[in-house]
Design a protein around this ligand. Structure first.
Ligand code: E4P
Length: 225
Protein backbone atom coordinates (compact mmCIF):
# COMPACT_ATOMS: atom_id res chain seq x y z
CA UNK A 1 0.00 0.00 0.00
CA UNK A 2 1.30 3.48 -0.85
CA UNK A 3 1.00 5.75 2.17
CA UNK A 4 0.97 9.53 1.95
CA UNK A 5 -0.23 11.79 4.72
CA UNK A 6 -2.49 14.54 3.52
CA UNK A 7 -3.96 16.15 6.61
CA UNK A 8 -1.36 18.80 7.40
CA UNK A 9 -1.70 20.63 4.12
CA UNK A 10 0.87 22.97 2.60
CA UNK A 11 -0.15 25.81 0.30
CA UNK A 12 2.37 28.20 -1.25
CA UNK A 13 1.72 31.89 -0.67
CA UNK A 14 3.03 33.23 -3.96
CA UNK A 15 2.07 33.96 -7.57
CA UNK A 16 5.57 33.19 -8.84
CA UNK A 17 5.15 30.26 -11.23
CA UNK A 18 8.80 29.24 -11.21
CA UNK A 19 8.80 29.04 -7.42
CA UNK A 20 5.60 26.99 -7.49
CA UNK A 21 6.99 24.62 -10.15
CA UNK A 22 10.18 24.05 -8.17
CA UNK A 23 8.36 23.33 -4.90
CA UNK A 24 5.73 21.19 -6.60
CA UNK A 25 8.51 18.86 -7.83
CA UNK A 26 8.65 17.55 -4.27
CA UNK A 27 5.08 16.28 -4.53
CA UNK A 28 4.26 17.86 -1.17
CA UNK A 29 2.31 20.96 -2.22
CA UNK A 30 -1.50 21.02 -1.94
CA UNK A 31 -2.46 24.46 -3.23
CA UNK A 32 -1.66 28.14 -3.69
CA UNK A 33 -2.85 31.43 -2.22
CA UNK A 34 -2.40 34.76 -3.93
CA UNK A 35 -3.28 38.32 -2.99
CA UNK A 36 -3.07 41.64 -4.88
CA UNK A 37 0.43 42.31 -3.54
CA UNK A 38 1.70 38.93 -4.73
CA UNK A 39 0.03 39.43 -8.14
CA UNK A 40 1.70 42.83 -8.50
CA UNK A 41 5.04 41.23 -7.64
CA UNK A 42 4.54 38.49 -10.28
CA UNK A 43 4.18 41.04 -13.09
CA UNK A 44 1.21 39.11 -14.54
CA UNK A 45 -2.57 39.50 -14.38
CA UNK A 46 -4.60 37.42 -11.94
CA UNK A 47 -6.69 35.61 -14.61
CA UNK A 48 -3.43 34.73 -16.38
CA UNK A 49 -1.82 33.35 -13.25
CA UNK A 50 -5.00 31.46 -12.26
CA UNK A 51 -5.36 29.83 -15.70
CA UNK A 52 -1.77 28.68 -15.75
CA UNK A 53 -1.94 27.30 -12.21
CA UNK A 54 -5.10 25.30 -12.97
CA UNK A 55 -3.55 23.93 -16.15
CA UNK A 56 -0.17 22.99 -14.70
CA UNK A 57 -1.25 21.80 -11.27
CA UNK A 58 -4.57 19.97 -11.65
CA UNK A 59 -4.01 18.13 -8.35
CA UNK A 60 -4.09 21.34 -6.25
CA UNK A 61 -7.14 21.36 -3.98
CA UNK A 62 -7.34 25.16 -3.90
CA UNK A 63 -6.02 28.21 -5.76
CA UNK A 64 -7.08 31.45 -4.08
CA UNK A 65 -7.92 34.42 -6.30
CA UNK A 66 -8.73 37.59 -4.39
CA UNK A 67 -11.47 40.05 -5.35
CA UNK A 68 -11.05 43.76 -4.63
CA UNK A 69 -14.32 45.74 -4.48
CA UNK A 70 -16.55 47.68 -2.10
CA UNK A 71 -19.88 45.89 -2.49
CA UNK A 72 -20.94 42.25 -2.45
CA UNK A 73 -22.41 42.65 -5.94
CA UNK A 74 -19.10 43.92 -7.33
CA UNK A 75 -17.19 41.14 -5.58
CA UNK A 76 -19.50 38.49 -7.07
CA UNK A 77 -19.18 40.09 -10.49
CA UNK A 78 -15.38 40.02 -10.23
CA UNK A 79 -15.47 36.43 -9.02
CA UNK A 80 -17.22 35.39 -12.27
CA UNK A 81 -13.94 36.02 -14.16
CA UNK A 82 -12.23 33.25 -12.20
CA UNK A 83 -14.89 30.70 -11.27
CA UNK A 84 -14.96 28.86 -14.59
CA UNK A 85 -11.19 28.55 -14.80
CA UNK A 86 -11.30 25.31 -12.81
CA UNK A 87 -12.70 23.53 -9.76
CA UNK A 88 -9.75 24.48 -7.52
CA UNK A 89 -10.48 28.19 -7.90
CA UNK A 90 -11.30 29.62 -4.50
CA UNK A 91 -12.64 33.15 -4.27
CA UNK A 92 -10.79 35.11 -1.63
CA UNK A 93 -12.94 37.71 0.09
CA UNK A 94 -12.34 40.19 2.90
CA UNK A 95 -13.90 39.69 6.32
CA UNK A 96 -16.25 42.68 5.98
CA UNK A 97 -20.05 42.96 5.91
CA UNK A 98 -19.99 43.02 2.11
CA UNK A 99 -17.34 40.33 1.84
CA UNK A 100 -19.38 37.94 3.96
CA UNK A 101 -22.57 38.70 2.01
CA UNK A 102 -20.66 37.72 -1.13
CA UNK A 103 -19.32 34.64 0.66
CA UNK A 104 -22.88 33.45 1.49
CA UNK A 105 -24.04 34.00 -2.06
CA UNK A 106 -21.05 32.19 -3.61
CA UNK A 107 -21.38 29.35 -1.12
CA UNK A 108 -25.01 28.86 -2.17
CA UNK A 109 -23.73 28.43 -5.73
CA UNK A 110 -21.25 25.77 -4.56
CA UNK A 111 -18.22 28.00 -5.13
CA UNK A 112 -15.21 27.66 -2.84
CA UNK A 113 -14.34 30.70 -0.74
CA UNK A 114 -11.48 31.84 1.45
CA UNK A 115 -12.30 34.63 3.91
CA UNK A 116 -9.10 36.57 4.38
CA UNK A 117 -7.68 39.21 6.71
CA UNK A 118 -9.01 37.36 9.76
CA UNK A 119 -7.58 38.66 13.03
CA UNK A 120 -10.01 37.32 15.65
CA UNK A 121 -12.14 34.31 16.55
CA UNK A 122 -15.21 36.56 16.31
CA UNK A 123 -14.49 37.17 12.62
CA UNK A 124 -13.93 33.44 12.10
CA UNK A 125 -17.36 32.69 13.63
CA UNK A 126 -19.02 35.04 11.15
CA UNK A 127 -17.05 33.61 8.22
CA UNK A 128 -18.08 30.06 9.20
CA UNK A 129 -21.74 31.12 9.45
CA UNK A 130 -21.40 32.64 5.97
CA UNK A 131 -20.28 29.20 4.72
CA UNK A 132 -16.62 29.94 4.03
CA UNK A 133 -14.59 26.96 2.78
CA UNK A 134 -11.44 28.38 4.39
CA UNK A 135 -10.67 31.16 6.88
CA UNK A 136 -7.25 32.80 6.83
CA UNK A 137 -5.98 34.15 10.16
CA UNK A 138 -2.88 36.29 9.53
CA UNK A 139 -0.34 35.13 12.10
CA UNK A 140 2.63 37.37 11.24
CA UNK A 141 0.58 40.55 11.11
CA UNK A 142 -0.95 39.75 14.52
CA UNK A 143 2.49 39.04 15.96
CA UNK A 144 3.64 42.41 14.59
CA UNK A 145 0.98 44.02 16.80
CA UNK A 146 2.16 42.04 19.85
CA UNK A 147 -0.91 39.80 19.70
CA UNK A 148 -0.16 36.07 19.70
CA UNK A 149 -1.29 34.99 16.23
CA UNK A 150 -1.04 31.33 17.15
CA UNK A 151 -3.49 31.84 20.02
CA UNK A 152 -6.03 33.15 17.50
CA UNK A 153 -5.48 30.01 15.40
CA UNK A 154 -5.99 27.86 18.52
CA UNK A 155 -9.23 29.65 19.49
CA UNK A 156 -10.68 29.36 15.99
CA UNK A 157 -9.73 25.69 15.63
CA UNK A 158 -11.14 24.83 19.05
CA UNK A 159 -14.41 26.67 18.39
CA UNK A 160 -14.81 24.95 15.02
CA UNK A 161 -14.04 21.57 16.62
CA UNK A 162 -16.62 22.05 19.39
CA UNK A 163 -19.36 22.92 16.92
CA UNK A 164 -18.32 20.55 14.12
CA UNK A 165 -17.79 23.44 11.70
CA UNK A 166 -16.64 22.33 8.21
CA UNK A 167 -14.74 25.57 7.44
CA UNK A 168 -11.00 24.86 7.29
CA UNK A 169 -8.49 26.95 9.20
CA UNK A 170 -5.80 28.17 6.78
CA UNK A 171 -2.98 29.77 8.71
CA UNK A 172 -1.49 32.68 6.71
CA UNK A 173 1.10 35.45 6.98
CA UNK A 174 3.74 32.91 7.96
CA UNK A 175 7.27 34.18 8.50
CA UNK A 176 9.05 31.21 10.08
CA UNK A 177 9.05 27.44 10.13
CA UNK A 178 8.21 27.58 13.82
CA UNK A 179 5.00 29.53 13.15
CA UNK A 180 4.04 27.04 10.43
CA UNK A 181 4.55 24.01 12.65
CA UNK A 182 2.80 25.58 15.63
CA UNK A 183 -0.12 26.49 13.37
CA UNK A 184 -0.71 22.80 12.59
CA UNK A 185 -0.15 21.98 16.25
CA UNK A 186 -2.81 24.55 17.18
CA UNK A 187 -5.34 22.95 14.84
CA UNK A 188 -4.89 24.62 11.41
CA UNK A 189 -5.59 22.14 8.62
CA UNK A 190 -3.65 24.19 6.07
CA UNK A 191 -0.65 26.49 6.32
CA UNK A 192 0.12 28.81 3.41
CA UNK A 193 3.73 29.90 3.36
CA UNK A 194 6.22 31.74 1.17
CA UNK A 195 8.39 29.27 -0.80
CA UNK A 196 11.52 30.09 1.23
CA UNK A 197 9.78 28.92 4.42
CA UNK A 198 8.77 25.67 2.67
CA UNK A 199 12.41 24.95 1.77
CA UNK A 200 13.55 25.84 5.28
CA UNK A 201 11.27 23.10 6.63
CA UNK A 202 13.75 20.51 5.31
CA UNK A 203 16.70 22.11 6.97
CA UNK A 204 18.34 21.21 10.30
CA UNK A 205 21.97 21.74 11.28
CA UNK A 206 22.14 18.28 12.85
CA UNK A 207 20.94 16.70 9.59
CA UNK A 208 23.67 18.57 7.71
CA UNK A 209 26.35 17.71 10.29
CA UNK A 210 25.18 14.10 10.40
CA UNK A 211 25.37 13.81 6.63
CA UNK A 212 28.87 15.30 6.53
CA UNK A 213 30.07 12.77 9.09
CA UNK A 214 28.39 9.84 7.31
CA UNK A 215 29.95 10.96 4.02
CA UNK A 216 33.44 11.13 5.61
CA UNK A 217 33.05 7.69 7.18
CA UNK A 218 31.63 6.23 3.98
CA UNK A 219 34.66 7.51 2.05
CA UNK A 220 37.03 6.20 4.74
CA UNK A 221 35.31 2.81 4.70
CA UNK A 222 35.69 2.57 0.93
CA UNK A 223 39.45 3.06 1.30
CA UNK A 224 39.89 0.69 4.23
CA UNK A 225 37.49 -2.17 3.53
C1 E4P B 1 -2.62 34.98 2.80
O1 E4P B 1 -3.44 34.43 2.10
C2 E4P B 1 -1.87 36.18 2.45
O2 E4P B 1 -1.63 36.13 1.06
C3 E4P B 1 -0.52 36.26 3.09
O3 E4P B 1 -0.26 35.14 3.92
C4 E4P B 1 -0.22 37.57 3.76
O4 E4P B 1 1.08 37.50 4.29
P1 E4P B 1 1.91 38.80 4.71
O5 E4P B 1 1.36 39.29 6.01
O6 E4P B 1 3.32 38.29 4.86
O7 E4P B 1 1.75 39.78 3.60
Amino acid sequence: MIYTHNLMKIFLDTADLNEIRAANETGLIDGVTTNPTLILRSGRTLPDVAKQLVEEFPHFESISTEVVADTAEEMIEQAQQYINIGPAITIKLPCTVEGLKACRALNREGIKTNVTLIFSAAQAVLAAKAGATYVSPFIGRLDDQSVAGLEVVRSISELYRIYGVQTKVLSASIRSVQRAVRSWYNGAEVVTMPPNIFWQMYDHILTRDGLDKFQQDWDAAKLEL
